[in-house]
Design a protein around this ligand. Structure first.
Ligand SMILES: Nc1ncnc2c1ncn2[C@@H]1O[C@H](COP(=O)(O)OP(=O)(O)OP(=O)(O)O)[C@@H](O)[C@H]1O
Ligand SMILES: CC(C)(CO)[C@@H](O)C(=O)[O-]
Ligand code: BAL
Length: 330
């Protein structure tokens, strides 16, 4: 369906979910559609929108080459349980040309992705607001892969009283860890190998935290420095051993081990290695941020955080993130 005027009006008692996409649908999108179906049940309505929104692309970005595969998208959406695919033209969405009045993403919109892609989040929120008005869902689902986007949509809906529930869906990954993304199609085989460093960096941070939890538990029961060192060495993990030195130097095993600093260091080590790969990874940012406002957390942060990464491989820019919890032991 291409015309907004043809979109069916919501029917009383029939729950409606919308999944917004830019097309080139993959298993990540299918997971959103399946989650939407779960939420509204067999009697509900699931709408998928496909629109490559010019407003959220900067000059020199990939708007022109963004994959457009509408026929295949319709099949993926239907297979995953969608009732309707709404794929409007730019003239349908912006009948008067680019809108003069737009949503401003505010301070969060200038950080990380917003810093790298100025205006991106204003353009994204503007089209999301429009698509919410056009499709009038009870619930709208977005992927956690685009964590800052999801946080901003939640914030817009809360701040501006949009009558819709926002649901986040966990990131779907390839078996080797690469987060599914329409932009993965740009990668040649060598670039794809390099691109694995994004997820590996995130997992290295997560694994470091897990290893540290073990270290902490052992160090707390070890009666002497020597025994503590043995406990640390038992992990057979060179980076963990490096931490052991840091712990010894800090003279505060429990506090130092729980720090975001070492999680960031573990991730950074993987990215640094990938800078030397062929083709190389060119990191854009690596940041540990508060999930609510995307500001970087302090070194003594306790609680939830998002470790977010963006990098280029060749001409492709990819993002990924993972949720981590700090100081749960305290
Ligand atoms: N791997 C994934 N797992 C879960 N959700 C995803 C995944 N990839 C994308 N999504 C979600 O699908 C929705 C549509 O995203 P979009 O069409 O931009 O796909 P994309 O694969 O993220 O493309 P791009 O490469 O352009 O970022 C968004 O809510 C996005 O977060
Ligand atoms: C939410 C969205 C469909 C708005 O264009 C887009 O940013 C996307 O696909 O994530
Ligand atoms: N997947 C987020 C939309 C964008 O990159 O423009």
């Amino acid at each position: 369906m291409r015309a907004a005027a043809d979109l069916p009006a919501p029917a009383p008692g029939v729950r409606r979910a919308v999944v917004m996409t830019m097309g080139a649908l993959h298993e990540g999108h299918a997971a959103l559609v399946r989650a939407a179906r779960e939420l509204v049940g067999p009697a509900g309505r699931v709408l998928v929108t496909v629109f490559v929104n010019p407003l959220q692309f900067g000059a020199g970005e990939d708007f022109d080459r963004y994959p457009r595969t509408l026929e295949a998208d319709a099949a993926v959406a239907a297979r995953a349980g969608a009732d309707l695919l709404f794929a409007p033209s730019a003239a349908e969405v912006y009948p008067d040309g680019e809108p003069l009045v737009r949503i401003a993403a505010g301070p969060m919109g200038g950080l990380l992705e917003g810093a790298s892609r100025p205006g991106h989040f204003d353009g994204m929120l503007t089209v999301v607001a429009k698509l919410l008005h056009l499709t009038r869902p009870d619930v709208a689902l977005y992927g956690e892969k685009d964590a800052q986007q999801l946080a901003l949509i939640r914030r817009m809906v809360r701040d501006l009283n949009f009558p819709v529930e926002i649901v986040g869906v966990p990131t779907v990954r390839e078996e080797d860890g690469l987060a599914l993304s329409s932009r993965n199609r740009y990668l040649d085989p060598d670039e794809r190998v390099t691109a694995l460093a994004l997820s590996r960096a995130l997992f290295a941070a997560r694994d470091r935290l897990a290893a540290e939890a073990v270290l902490r538990a052992r160090a707390m029961v070890a009666p002497t420095d020597e025994r503590r060192a043995l406990a640390l060495a038992a992990l057979h993990e060179s980076r963990a051993s490096a931490d052991a030195h840091a712990v010894a130097l800090a003279g505060d095993p429990v506090g130092a081990l729980a720090s975001p600093v070492s999680a960031l260091a573990a991730a950074r080590a993987v990215l640094d290695e990938a800078r030397e790969a062929e083709p190389p990874l060119l990191p854009d940012y690596l940041a540990l941020v508060d999930p609510r406002d995307f500001r970087e957390v302090p070194a003594d942060h306790v609680g939830e955080a998002i470790l977010a990464v963006a990098a280029r491989v060749g001409s492709t820019r990819l993002i990924d993130n993972i949720r981590l919890t700090f100081g749960a032991h305290r």
